[in-house]
Design a protein around this ligand. Structure first.
Ligand code: UDP
Ligand code: MN
Length: 302
């Protein structure tokens, strides 16, 4: 009979070897897991990119004009839009010339953009009941007609607040989609009224004979509709811009597609930025002329 004598040293050696083997296996497993995770993350990203490229682009027309609150409003808006893929921002200044401050903001955003300007012709200036931001919005429409075939158009004022889920929802617009706008007029909301999934009217404090009692922020249009009505544009009459435009696009109530979960949630708000005092060089005390204040005011007043 062969007797194998197992020494304490041998046991320790086997144990140490086993531990090394275990550690190496664990490391291999962890590497493998990491690799798989990376691969699946990349697959998700690739998939998302393919999907995003296939999505119809959203064209946002934003009328804007110079005022003390403009850059704050436009910064907030640009940084909202930066979260939205496949979007083209058409910013139309109400001015004779485009400005450097707005251009620089657009470049900083990294968004695809078109920077235009248009202003109200002099002959309209004294006329009462003229809508705001009409000629610059019209200029945006002109650009779209010439430069974009497919996608969805949305008019987004520079001072409103937008939930980015709204942009994802409006991509599916076949003709005209509609949704509630919060913080507006005396009711505090303007919304299409939906019955059995269809738009049957509008809950809006300003009816005044409007067929479409909606705010500019409350609808999006498929470009097919715009191209099918080559002469349709925004009318000049104050308070009738939206109604007039939708009528000229030959839209009927039954064409409207309710978004925002059947118009049960608010995804855009008609916020208004409080107007504080206007910064002026005269506000700087003479004794502070050798400080940062001069450059600060210069930057704000550009
Ligand atoms: N706007 C413009 N020119 C003007 C006044 C307004 O281009 O003379 C733009 C403004 O920047 C905004 C939109 O038109 O994007 C609506 O203007 P505002 O927010 O003053 O209107 P309200 O919210 O009071 O309807
Ligand atoms: Mn506004």
């Amino acid at each position: 009979m062969v007797r194998v004598s197992v020494t304490k040293g041998m046991v320790v050696a086997v144990l140490v070897l086993e531990s090394f083997y275990l550690l190496a296996s664990l490391k291999k497993l962890a590497d493998l897991e990491e690799e798989c995770e990376g691969k699946s993350q990349k697959a998700v990203a690739d998939n998302r990119q393919v999907k995003e490229e296939a999505w119809p682009p959203i064209y946002i027309i934003t009328p804007t004009y110079k005022r003390t609150t403009q850059i704050a409003d436009m910064t907030r808006m640009s940084q909202t839009l930066m979260h939205v893929p496949n979007l083209h921002w058409i910013v139309v200044e109400d001015a004779l010339k485009t400005s450097d401050v707005v251009r620089e903001l657009l470049v900083r955003s990294g968004l695809p953009f078109t920077h235009l300007c248009a202003t109200m012709p002099d002959e309209y200036k004294d006329k009462p009941m003229m809508g705001k931001g009409v000629f610059n919005r019209r200029e945006g429409i002109r650009w779209l007609r010439e430069n974009a075939r497919e996608g969805v158009l949305y008019f987004a004022d520079d001072d409103n607040s937008y939930d980015i889920r709204l942009f994802e929802q409006m991509r599916t617009t076949r003709k005209v989609s509609v949704f509630p706008v919060g913080m507006i007029l005396s009711l505090g909301v303007s919304s299409p009224i939906i019955r059995d999934g269809k738009v049957v009217g509008f809950h809006d404090a300003f009816q005044a004979g409007r067929k479409f009692a909606v705010d500019m922020a409350g609808f999006a249009i498929n470009l097919r509709v715009l191209h099918a009505n080559p002469d349709a544009t925004i009318p000049l009459r104050l308070s009738y811009l939206e109604d007039g435009f939708l009528r000229r696009l030959r839209i009927e109530l039954e064409d409207l597609e309710p978004l925002a979960w059947g118009c049960t949630q608010v995804l855009v708000w008609h916020t208004k930025t409080h107007r504080p005092g206007t910064p002026k060089m005269e506000h700087i005390a003479h004794t502070d002329f050798d400080t940062n204040l001069v450059e600060l005011y210069n930057n704000m007043l550009r």
